[in-house]
Design a protein around this ligand. Sequence first.
Ligand SMILES: Cc1cc2nc3c(=O)[nH]c(=O)nc-3n(C[C@H](O)[C@H](O)[C@H](O)COP(=O)(O)O)c2cc1C
Length: 363
Amino acid sequence: MSKNKLECYSNGVYFENPFLVGSGPPSTNAKVIARSFDAGWGGSVIKTLSLDHTKVKNIAPRYGQYKVDGKCIGFTNNELITDRPLSVWLEEIRELKKRYPSKVLIGSIMEEPTRENWQELTEKVCKAGVDIIELNLSCPHGMPERKMGQAMGQCPEVVSDVTSWVKEVSTVPVWAKMTPNITDITIPAAAALKAGADGLTAINTILSVSGIDLKTFKPVPNVKGVSAFGGYSYKAVKPIGLRMVGELAMAFPKVEISGVGGIVDGQSSAEYLCMGSSTLQVCTAIMLDGFKIIGALKSELEAVLDQHGMENVHELKAKSLEFFGTMEEMAKRLEASKQKTKAHTDHFEGDNIVEVSKQLTLD
Ligand SMILES: Cc1cc2nc3c(=O)[nH]c(=O)nc-3n(C[C@H](O)[C@H](O)[C@H](O)COP(=O)(O)O)c2cc1C
């Protein structure tokens, strides 16, 4: 049998491949999770759980698309965490672990910021059999009026409290999922790690408005004329996700990072690994193209490894970080190379703006 180049470990947990279904619609009940496992995904992060589902009121429509030339490049959502009872979920977790013992099941959890709530939820979810806990400290519409979701992730003291409460009782590794809706992602990440988090997940969705209907001036999507800033995902967020994963990997080189945000193919998967991720999560691409994309993700990532004569996916980890430096360093290198360029801004003379812009662009 040929060697599985994609198998990997993160926080001591074995993954048959680094591709995990990210928390969201593709992990929203046991039926879809089972489907993802049958299709070949290495694991799944369950749609975020809380103690009392009756407080969760989902709306419809709740998704929007940002299209360029008719093609969706960005996706917005106003979806809350799971609206299904925790007792049903706990039974489903038990069943899934029985049926798919080799797949990694990650319990995403969120609660109001009290020790009792977080510890009760952690204990129940661990007991049901998850392999890892992911703290949802990051949903933009994670019910901020209840001080949940990104309202927690934006406050390092709360991140620290929640992480330490969960670590006191968790029997499995704990990943803290970070919000990108913050100036410096390393500040809350440092608080989570100091409080005992074993790993980090980045990024959750970015606050956004997908568009305005110019006939009515109402934002899209809206419900009966009212909208709220949504969470932005899919291809358009990849450059921001890569930057934030890179910032985390540079600040905490030994920490396991699960990269997420705009992963759609082998190229974007490999890029997240090169920026320091050890596992990869995919959400919107599955919503748009189905669980079957796992076939192309795996073969395209394997092709990247083969191209470089690499034996294992771990070899790509953080491969690109050494190539980041400062603007000053770049200027010095260019000067030393004596290469003729149009770097000076005086080269823009008016009508040549398109041509000079092109010359300054690396495709
Ligand atoms: C409709 C939708 C619902 C989501 N729900 C959750 C959630 O319940 N918990 C969570 O941690 N992230 C949630 N996310 C965020 C995703 O897990 C992921 O971090 C984000 O979408 C970026 O990845 P992507 O570009 O592959 O979608 C949701 C995303 C979408 C699109």
